[in-house]
Design a protein around this ligand. Structure first.
Ligand code: NI
Length: 271
């Protein structure tokens, strides 16, 4: 099981950095500063269709030794999420998986997404390898991407990128020089990265026992059925955790903060 866990995270990391040059740049910069970069959590995005919902995507992690810990509701973004932790390895990254509640969207959106899910091969739907599948329904259309964005940036993102780590998260507690979220954000901005400013650069507070920030997803040029277009891909997140009054390190998530972190993949115009 230990091997399975390492295999999963190594593979997800390789896919993630190969598709997100900005993330690799940040990782390399921190490593060059002598920092030991460890991973607080990864996040997945999906739809609540029973064929690919949170329970389905979490299977691979459950069989690698993970267990369900907590659930979260995001009314405004029409999302539901669960977080999972490894049963024995306290240093293993947490896994946060969210799903879009399709029935709360227009018939048109439901029809588009339903038709894409229908295209996924049955073998893949029945396999834990679905977590590595990325876009499992074939080349997306840019017109459809933009149509989905009118209702949900999240839906548009999943439509293009599918099943992959939407982000990894640097564990600030393990950093030496950049051991506060403010120091880390300044460093990233100095290096030219765009810090997600939705709801302020720092989400959460020491009182809430969790502070988070993220860089906006780098744009990558992708081939759509209707031409090549640049769209925001995945992002890198940063998290600092605090201990509660009993001395226990907070291990959950704050829905209010995560709500704003979701916006790191929103489409944006380049300056
Ligand atoms: Ni996150």
């Amino acid at each position: 099981m230990e091997n399975k866990k390492s295999f999963i995270f190594n593979k997800l990391w390789d896919i993630y950095i190969s598709q997100n040059p900005d993330v690799h740049k940040v990782y390399t910069l921190l490593t060059k500063e002598g920092e030991n970069v460890t991973n607080d959590h990864i996040a997945y995005r999906t739809f609540n269709d029973p064929r690919i919902n949170v329970d389905k995507i979490s299977q691979a992690f459950i069989s690698a030794g993970y267990k369900f810990v907590q659930e979260y509701h995001f009314e405004e973004k029409k999302l539901f999420a669960k977080h999972f932790e490894h049963k024995t390895d306290k240093n293993a990254p947490r896994v946060f998986i969210s799903e879009l509640k399709l029935e709360e969207f227009s018939d048109e959106l439901q029809k588009i997404i339903g038709a894409e899910i229908d295209k996924i091969l049955t073998n893949l739907l029945n396999s834990e390898d679905i977590i590595f599948a990325g876009n499992a329904w074939g080349k997306p259309s840019f017109v459809t991407y933009n149509k989905l964005r009118e209702e949900s940036e999240y839906a548009a993102w999943v439509y293009v990128f599918g099943f992959c780590a939407n982000h990894f998260t640097v564990n600030i507690n393990a950093l030496k020089k950049y051991n506060t979220i403010q120091k880390l954000n300044s460093f990233l901005k100095e290096k030219g990265f765009m810090v997600n400013n939705a709801g302020g650069e720092v989400k959460g507070s020491p009182e809430e026992l969790l502070e988070q920030s993220s860089i906006m997803s780098g744009k990558i040029k992708l081939e759509f059925t209707d031409g090549k277009h640049e769209v925001p891909s995945c992002f890198y997140e940063f998290a600092k955790r605090y201990t509660d009054s009993t001395g226990k390190l907070f291990s959950g998530f704050i829905a209010k903060s995560a709500n704003k972190i979701f916006e790191s993949t929103n489409f944006y115009k380049k300056d």
